[in-house]
Design a protein around this ligand. Structure first.
Ligand code: FNR
Length: 341
């Protein structure tokens, strides 16, 4: 049943992420063009620092899958592409591997194919210290992602219903595990209040994972016989809104949700993210085109991002935070309502 859910998630996410992608709030962010700002791309570094660790590339394959035979093969494709391009990668939730050890290999393939890469294990916020240590060990993981997905669970027919223990559990796990912890949403966004709460729990790295890309309200709703949660499909804050809303002192922000191309990466970094997660866009390439298509595309993103940074005059990811930008449309309205300058 749970393996079947993993396959369903991939099939339904593919429907949303294949082919031409619709508008999202990244389109309401405009970087001001300065025609004489350009620098030599040879002086541009894509390097960034996340949770005290250096990454050579500021975008990564976000947590998606594992837990069935076919999703194990998708993990293999993603892991080989991560290895060939030198980008970090996360597993999907390993909860299923804790319940059913026969599924462990569908996750361990990520480490086997990419022994020296930066690998993140992924678990929900209902798992305590022992389970967190176990999944880190299974993948020899360099970091742990903890997903906080209350709205997905609510719409999921077989989802959890009580989220009251999550803050205390997150605090305990962060204090106990030997690797950096990234707390992430799954496409509904982390608000300013949530990020403040996380900081109080000792969390220093958070992926806002906002609305605009893969929509888990729609995915879970279409797995329900009656489809009776259709009214929640617009729930949550967009990735752009979350980055604008984030408290300025939060140590390390990551961004994901609706990243379609290198310009979206550039915009997220200009809005303060130190790294940018990509799930649906890379999944579609992996499933439809295999390793070659994904490697070609990731290398193209690296090249384009380097050239775009040179064009806007930013030699580093940190320098991008000073880029002049305008926000339009509903993002601007969000900023006005939230009192953001
Ligand atoms: C996900 N995502 C996800 N996140 C997580 O923390 N644990 C998980 O197990 C999964 N599973 C999963 C399966 C599939 C098929 C997809 C496409 C996504 C959520 C993912 O990491 C990300 O937060 C959202 O998908 C938003 O990013 P994109 O897809 O718009 O780039």
């Amino acid at each position: 049943m749970t393996s079947e859910r993993k396959d369903n998630h991939v099939a339904l996410a593919m429907d949303q992420n294949r082919g031409v992608r619709g508008r999202n709030d990244f389109d309401d962010v405009e970087l001001l063009h300065h025609a004489l700002a350009g620098i030599d791309p040879a002086t541009v570094s894509l390097g960034t620092t996340v949770g005290g660790v250096s990454w050579d590339v500021p975008f990564y394959i976000n947590g998606m899958t594992g837990g069935s035979t076919s999703t194990g093969e998708i993990n293999r494709t993603l892991a080989i592409a991560a290895r060939e391009t030198g980008i970090p990668m996360a597993s999907g939730s390993m909860s299923i591997a804790l319940k059913d050890p026969s599924q462990i290999p569908t996750f361990q393939v990520i480490r086997e194919e990419n022994p020296d890469g930066f690998v993140m294990a992924n678990l929900g916020a209902d798992h305590g210290v022992d389970n967190a240590l176990r999944v880190i060990d299974l993948l020899q993981a360099d970091a742990l992602q903890i997903h906080v997905n209350a709205m997905q669970e609510t719409v999921m027919p077989e989802g959890s219903r009580d989220f009251s223990a999550w803050p205390a559990t997150i605090e305990a796990v962060v204090a106990a595990v030997p690797v950096p912890v990234v707390v992430k949403e799954v496409g509904f966004g982390l608000s300013r209040r949530t990020l403040d709460t996380l900081a109080g729990l000792g969390v220093t790295v958070a992926d806002v994972s906002g609305r605009g890309g893969t929509n888990f309200a729609r995915i879970e709703n279409s797995r329900r016989a009656g489809g009776d949660y259709a009214y929640l499909e617009g729930w949550g804050q967009s990735t752009v809104s979350c980055l604008l809303d984030a408290p300025s002192g939060f140590p390390t922000l990551l961004a994901s949700g609706g990243v379609r191309n290198p310009l979206d990466v550039l915009k997220a970094l200009a809005l303060g993210a130190k790294g940018v997660g990509v799930a649906g866009t890379f999944l579609a390439l992996a499933v439809d085109g295999g390793v070659d298509a994904l490697v070609t595309e990731i290398n193209r993103w690296k090249e384009h991002l380097t050239q775009l940074m040179a064009t806007v005059g930013a030699p580093t990811v940190s320098a991008l935070a000073g880029t002049d930008l305008l926000v339009r449309g509903s993002v601007r309205e969000f900023c006005e309502l939230r009192g953001i300058d």
